[in-house]
Write a protein that binds this ligand. Structure first.
Ligand code: ADE
Length: 224
């Protein structure tokens, strides 16, 4: 899978992929990344990428020309172009799984007060928000989306079993987990976990998952 980041600030993103699981995924050719900076595609001598909104409004928005030229260069029959914006639909684990089978995902990050709507109309295959809050730009959101899609691509995680039991599978949160030691700072591992009866452990984990979901995420529970 290829990811192309369209951003005015590629250096904000690059570092995230230089270590750990995702850097290994790049080394093993499971994913590849490239970057396009709309500032490199401007047709004005000051490389300006923003302007005031027509009709008034506070702040500046990204003008169409640099983004049109950038995205015309990136777009192909294989691309799926995603805009990160607080007015998109909320990105979920189901989206991450669905998008893991695409060939080439393009993640477009807005800055300032957003992007001229004509760019989104022309190029947007999907629009995602990562939550009901406003970030200073789409870069963090594009990393979130890329990270969570990547770990659903075959061969990216060492142990693919871990994809089956984690939170949000079947709209339920994962049960609490523990490691050794069995007792630490006066807190003990749930005793049933260490007794070795795997069917009892599974039953208990399901109950704990249900209780956790009911308490922390009643909205998910109503989807079961
Ligand atoms: N850009 C600014 N805020 C955002 C959000 N919540 N999700 C995606 N992109 C954004």
């Amino acid at each position: 899978m290829k990811f192309s980041f369209v951003t005015l600030f590629p250096s904000l993103i690059e570092g995230y992929f230089s270590d750990s699981i995702l850097s290994r995924a790049i080394e093993n050719n499971k994913i590849s990344l490239d970057f396009y900076n709309p500032r490199d595609y401007t047709d004005n001598k000051h490389n300006k990428v923003d302007a005031q909104m027509v009709g008034g409004g506070a702040g500046m928005i990204m003008t169409p020309q640099p983004l049109y030229d950038t995205l015309n260069k990136v777009r192909s029959d294989d691309t799926h172009i995603i805009f990160l914006t607080p007015v998109g639909k909320k990105f979920t684990q189901n989206d991450a799984k669905r998008l893991a089978s695409k060939k080439h995902i393009v993640l477009v990050s807005g800055r300032y007060e957003g992007i001229d709507e004509r760019v989104i109309e022309e190029f947007g295959d999907e629009l995602f928000s990562i939550g009901d809050y406003i970030l200073t730009g789409g870069e963090l959101a594009s990393m979130v989306v890329c990270d969570s899609i990547s770990r659903n691509i075959d061969g990216v995680l060492g142990n693919s079993d871990s994809l089956d039991i984690e939170s949000y599978e079947n709209n339920i949160l994962e049960a609490p987990s523990f490691s050794k030691p069995l007792s630490y700072q006066n807190r003990d591992v749930i005793s049933e976990y260490s007794k070795g009866n795997h069917s009892k452990i599974s039953q208990l984990k399901l109950k704990l998952s249900e209780a956790k979901t009911k308490y922390f995420r009643p909205d998910l529970q109503s989807k079961i």
